[in-house]
Design a binder for this molecule. Structure first.
Ligand code: PLP
Length: 384
């Protein structure tokens, strides 16, 4: 009959969209809203990147290209992955995608069968759960806090089933700002190798680690062949709306990713890929400077939240803070609704990210310093 495919039954629509709509409504009514609900860099796409796209257009780089991506971009990505991430990569191991989201979608579709289970550290980036259920598999939530308290191996053993096929491993983590150490990556890797699991590594925030260095799990011995690592231009280069990302994987996974990209988008817009090539040439000093700007925002927000009694661990990466908001409500949805209605502070409730137990909300601090100051002032008025 006229019905939707059953595999979409368990797939939700992001609650984040509903919050964004509510914010738009308040703004349309002339209200000031303190916008901590988003996850977009505060800076605009650099001019050099915009001009690279314009140049590509003028030079008629507007025709079909290889669906896996233009060769110069894939070559540059292979070099970047080899030198910066320590993942020994050839051009054939790289595929260009429409953002990190598309790379992750293709990765789950490529490896999962109905009835498979996927270990998922929680809290997690909301769409991941829907991507897993959309592939007719089951997410197995592994609370990151228990893993840290009781040991990663023990916790993964505890939550794993005979149907476990993969682990989703995101560092730095959205929404908690957790950064997994090299030692933790080694434990996850040893577990994956022992149980013959695939790892989907999401490194969207690789350039936003505040202490020490980002570490790619696929760089460990025996891991490149069992890991699909996904990246995006969105966060590092202020390119959220461009929809440009990539994945690195070996066979048989790359063949799967190629098929999925071929039949979903037949490749990313050619001029956008030329702009991506320019983005990769961004000097490291520019990325380091932006990281310092994020660090200032993080310190201001987290210190402010703690001073108001909203207990918040110092996030080690990405641009989110995840304070406890029990004093507002033990139900994180209620807490976020109260903050929005009473203080006009827009956040995302922790349950949306699969956070269990204590009530948390996510603050995105990729906003201006002034926005953080005035948001904290609004919270002070509300709580005080
Ligand atoms: N992975 C994580 C953890 C994210 O937070 C995001 C964006 O918010 C993405 C992947 C994908 O970003 P995009 O689809 O813009 O590349």
């Amino acid at each position: 009959g006229l019905r939707l495919a059953k595999r979409l039954d368990e797939v939700g629509f992001s609650d984040i969209v509903q919050i964004r709509n509510k914010v738009l409504e308040l703004r349309a009514a002339g209200e000031t809203v303190h916008p901590f609900h988003g996850g977009e860099p505060f800076f605009e796409t650099p001019e050099t990147i915009k001009y690279a796209m314009m140049r590509a257009l003028v030079e008629n780089k507007t025709k079909y290209a290889a669906s896996s991506g233009i060769a110069p971009l894939r070559e540059a990505l292979a070099r970047k992955l080899t030198t910066r991430n320590g993942i020994d990569t050839t051009v054939d191991d790289v595929i260009v995608t429409a953002g990190g989201a598309h790379a992750l979608y293709a990765a789950f579709q490529a490896i999962l069968d109905a009835g498979d289970d996927v270990l998922l550290f929680s809290p997690y980036w909301t769409p991941i759960r829907d991507m897993i259920t959309g592939a007719q598999a089951r997410p197995l939530l592994v609370p990151t806090s228990s893993a840290r308290r009781n040991g990663i191996t023990r916790t993964l053993e505890q939550f794993s089933t005979p149907h476990t096929r993969a682990i989703y491993y995101n560092t730095p983590q959205n929404p908690s700002g957790t950064v997994f150490s090299r030692a933790e990556a080694e434990e996850v890797a040893a577990f994956a190798i022992k149980h013959k699991l695939i790892v989907i590594a999401d490194e969207a925030y690789e350039d936003l680690v505040y202490e020490g260095d980002h570490f790619s799990i696929a760089s460990l011995p025996g891991m490149a062949e069992r890991t699909i690592t996904t990246y995006t231009f969105s966060k590092s280069y202020g390119m959220t709306g461009w929809r440009l990302g990539y994945a690195v994987a070996q066979e048989p996974f790359m063949t799967g990713l190629r098929k999925l990209v071929l039949y979903s988008t037949n490749g990313v817009s050619t001029p956008i890929q030329w702009a991506g090539l320019e983005a990769l040439a961004t000097p490291h000093s520019v990325i380091a400077r932006r990281r310092e700007e994020y660090r200032e925002r993080r310190d201001l927000l987290v210190t402010g939240l703690n001073a108001l009694g909203l207990e918040c661990e110092m996030p080690q990466g990405a641009f989110y803070a995840f304070p406890r908001v029990e004093k507002i409500s033990k139900d994180s949805r209620k807490a976020a609704a109260t903050l929005l209605e009473k203080a006009h502070v827009a956040t995302i409730p922790g349950v949306v990210f699969g956070a269990q137990g204590e009530s948390h909300v996510r603050f995105g601090y990729a906003v201006s310093m002034e926005a953080i100051e005035s948001g904290l002032a609004a919270l002070r008025r509300f709580l005080g």
